[in-house]
Write a protein that binds this ligand. Structure first.
Ligand SMILES: Cc1cc2nc3c(=O)[nH]c(=O)nc-3n(C[C@H](O)[C@H](O)[C@H](O)COP(=O)(O)OP(=O)(O)OC[C@H]3O[C@@H](n4cnc5c(N)ncnc54)[C@H](O)[C@@H]3O)c2cc1C
Length: 205
């Protein structure tokens, strides 16, 4: 990878990686590897639809007591998304969907079991009847300017081209997420690259 570092914290700062050796050797430990006695697993049943009304949720009798929907948890209050951005709305966001799902993956039911596999089996047994509503989407693969989603560079890019593409040529500096040092191809990379280009432009003006 690129051996460029930047001082400071926050977006665009390179952090010293300490975990590579253990991850590369398969010795990484993640939350799901931790086995604390008495811990139970949860699997969420999630919406396959971007926008739909929930007409009914049917939980098999043998799963009762192990499956929780919003109706089972009346004291769990929705989260309000706070923003001071002018004109932005502050919608309520229920942790489990109530009468409506608003994106693919919206959680509908929490299924509890001793093992992950059993929890997922419970989720698979729940039957949700949806009234699918209209969703606005864009086919990025068919978009003639995008022809896909975020950029993933070919093998060899970082070793052979990355540094050269980031180097200024006279008064020209290329910027964009694809040229970022970290999180290339993502919004974070776009911000990093924009900050870098802005600082360079200010310094060379
Ligand atoms: C479908 C999809 C899903 C994504 N999901 C995520 C995600 O979940 N999380 C995440 O972090 N990132 C995601 N990304 C990636 C993220 O959107 C991009 O990495 C980021 O928007 C790139 O920002 P940018 O400023 O580098 O470029 P862009 O956002 O592409 O901005 C470039 C701008 O330059 C304009 N432009 C181009 N040519 C010219 C010209 N000749 N003259 C004037 N203007 C021009 C373009 O119209 C565009 O507005 C996704 C991308 C896609 C396509």
């Amino acid at each position: 990878m690129v051996a460029e570092t930047r001082a400071g914290n926050g977006v665009g700062a390179s952090l010293l990686r300490k975990e590579d050796a253990r991850h590369l050797a398969g010795r990484g430990q993640f939350v799901s590897d931790l086995k604390v006695p008495g811990t139970i697993e949860v699997a969420f049943l999630r919406s396959p639809h971007a926008n739909a009304r929930i007409k009914s949720i049917s939980v098999p009798p043998e799963a009762q007591g192990h499956v929780f929907t919003a109706a089972d948890l009346p004291r769990v209050q929705p989260i309000r998304i706070a923003t001071n951005a002018p004109g932005a709305k502050s919608p309520l966001w229920p942790p489990l969907a109530t009468d409506r799902v608003r994106y693919v993956g919206d959680a509908i039911a929490a299924c509890l079991a001793p093992t992950r596999g059993e929890a997922e089996d419970l989720a698979a047994e729940i039957i949700v009847e949806y009234e699918v509503l209209e969703a606005t989407a864009h086919d990025w693969l068919a978009d003639e300017f995008a022809r896909g989603t975020w950029a993933i560079h070919r093998p060899g890019w970082y070793e052979h081209h990355h540094a050269a593409m980031r180097r200024p040529e006279g008064r020209l500096l290329l910027a964009g997420s694809d040229l970022a040092n970290g999180w290339s191809g993502f919004i974070d990379g776009a911000i990093e690259s924009g900050l870098r280009a802005g600082a360079w432009a200010a310094a060379t003006a």
